[in-house]
Design a protein around this ligand. Structure first.
Ligand SMILES: [Fe+2]
Ligand SMILES: [Fe+2]
Length: 144
């Protein structure tokens, strides 16, 4: 009954900015590692270390996106930044659940919550700046 899932990259997830696509691929990899640690019952120390890696990675990635928004004069910067802040808060809240040994299903749900928060953000908010860049011609399809 253990849910086995794995995030795999495909082109529909591309925001047309190679450096950002690379970061999104990387955090999908970290989410997979977190899930593997949970379903593989690798122990709380390992699970927490994977979760910490997700948080550091999300913080660095969000800061990078926000720097690009300023460069582009992206009109939805404020709204997007507040979504980022909410996700970081949610990730810390999930990390808190790992502080006391949870039941297996609670850990699995925590892994799913991390996946849902980050992937939903990519598919909704991040796709809005992809569309903006496509229309405005900002860096789209170019490398750093
Ligand atoms: Fe992103
Ligand atoms: Fe974002």
């Amino acid at each position: 009954m253990t849910p086995i899932w794995r995030l795999d990259w495909d082109e529909s997830l591309s925001v047309c900015i190679p450096e950002i696509d690379a970061e999104h691929r990387h955090f999908m990899q970290l989410i997979n590692e977190l899930n593997e640690a949970i379903v593989g019952r690798m122990g709380m120390a390992q699970i927490k270390s994977c979760m910490q890696a997700v948080i550091y990675d999300a913080e660095a990635h969000f800061a990078h996106e926000e720097a690009l928004f300023r460069e582009w004069d992206y009109p939805e910067t404020e709204q997007h930044m507040s979504r980022h802040a909410e996700i970081i808060q949610a990730l810390h809240e999930i990390m808190g659940r790992f502080e006391h040994d949870g039941l297996e299903y609670e850990l699995i749900e925590a892994g799913l919550a991390v996946k849902a928060a980050l992937i939903e953000h990519l598919l909704t908010e991040d796709m809005k700046y992809r569309d903006y860049c496509l229309v405005s011609g900002n860096r789209c399809g170019t490398d750093a």
